[in-house]
Design a binder for this molecule. Structure first.
Ligand SMILES: CC(C)(COP(=O)(O)OP(=O)(O)OC[C@H]1O[C@@H](n2cnc3c(N)ncnc32)[C@H](O)[C@@H]1OP(=O)(O)O)[C@@H](O)C(=O)NCCC(=O)NCCS
Length: 212
């Protein structure tokens, strides 16, 4: 969970990073913790401004993460993995769970997991390191989710689904119960997956088919 005594470094300055910032703000204010001056942003790209959302913005190559708890708020699973590998092994990655999310007491969450507003995780689910559940994403009972998986808004796993590492699931995509999805697969927005995906690629449509 978050360490309210330690400053926060959010990696990324895209839309997801903004959502994570405001999610943190809600958590801090709800718990009556001071939020001002707690957050810095870190990004690879040189930016005209030294600030993002009125918080200091650092270049990734110059950044010393040791004084911070780190949240990698970038949707692309491969970039999340690269950043996590580049940071010191001792880096502390809190789990961030929006107050409106429903996470069953039996759920096991890995480090650096981010769960945004209205997401739901049912019972006996394991979610690996650095997974992101965006707004209203849902994971059904008994699912196994490996590391670095990204659930876009309102995507849904039915029960007992296995998602291998680095899978990226698009907005409003849905996956039928008891299926498995091969690592590094991209499931397009609105796709309806009714058979296991055993070959990695990009899948779209209803029923979902490989497009490349
Ligand atoms: C599937 C996806 C990855 C493909 O991206 P892409 O390779 O850039 O594909 P393009 O936009 O060039 O489209 C290629 C073709 O696939 C079709 N297509 C793209 N996405 C599709 C989708 N989700 N469902 C059905 N067809 C789709 C396009 O209409 C186009 O068809 P055409 O060749 O007949 O014109 C992308 O469209 C997608 O759905 N991404 C997920 C978006 C999302 O959920 N974002 C949330 C972020 S939080």
């Amino acid at each position: 969970m978050l360490d309210f005594t330690k400053k926060i470094a959010i990696f990324g300055i895209g839309g997801l990073a903004k959502d994570v910032f405001f999610c943190l703000k809600e958590i801090y204010l709800k718990g009556h913790y001071a939020f001002d001056d707690q957050v810095v942003f870190v990004d690879k790209l040189p930016n005209k401004s030294a600030f993002f959302l009125n918080c200091p913005l650092f270049l990734e190559e110059n950044f010393d993460s040791r004084a911070y708890q780190v949240i990698i708020a970038i949707g692309n699973p491969k970039i999340r993995k690269q950043i996590s590998i580049s940071l010191p092994a001792a880096t502390f990655y809190p789990k961030v769970i929006h107050p409106s999310a429903l996470v069953n007491e039996t759920v096991i969450l890995g480090k650096g997991v981010v769960i945004l507003a209205n997401a739901i995780i049912s019972c006996d689910v394991t979610v690996g390191d650095f997974c992101i559940l965006d707004r209203a994403a849902q994971i059904g009972h008994d699912c196994m989710v490996a590391d670095f998986v990204h659930f876009s808004p309102a995507s849904v796993l039915s029960g007992n689904v296995t998602i291998n590492s680095l899978v990226d699931i698009g907005t409003h995509a849905a996956i039928k119960q008891n299926l498995e999805v091969e690592r590094e697969t991209i499931i397009g927005m609105g796709a309806i997956v009714v058979k296991s995906i055993l070959e990695k690629g990009v899948y779209v449509g209803n029923p979902a088919k490989k497009m490349k």
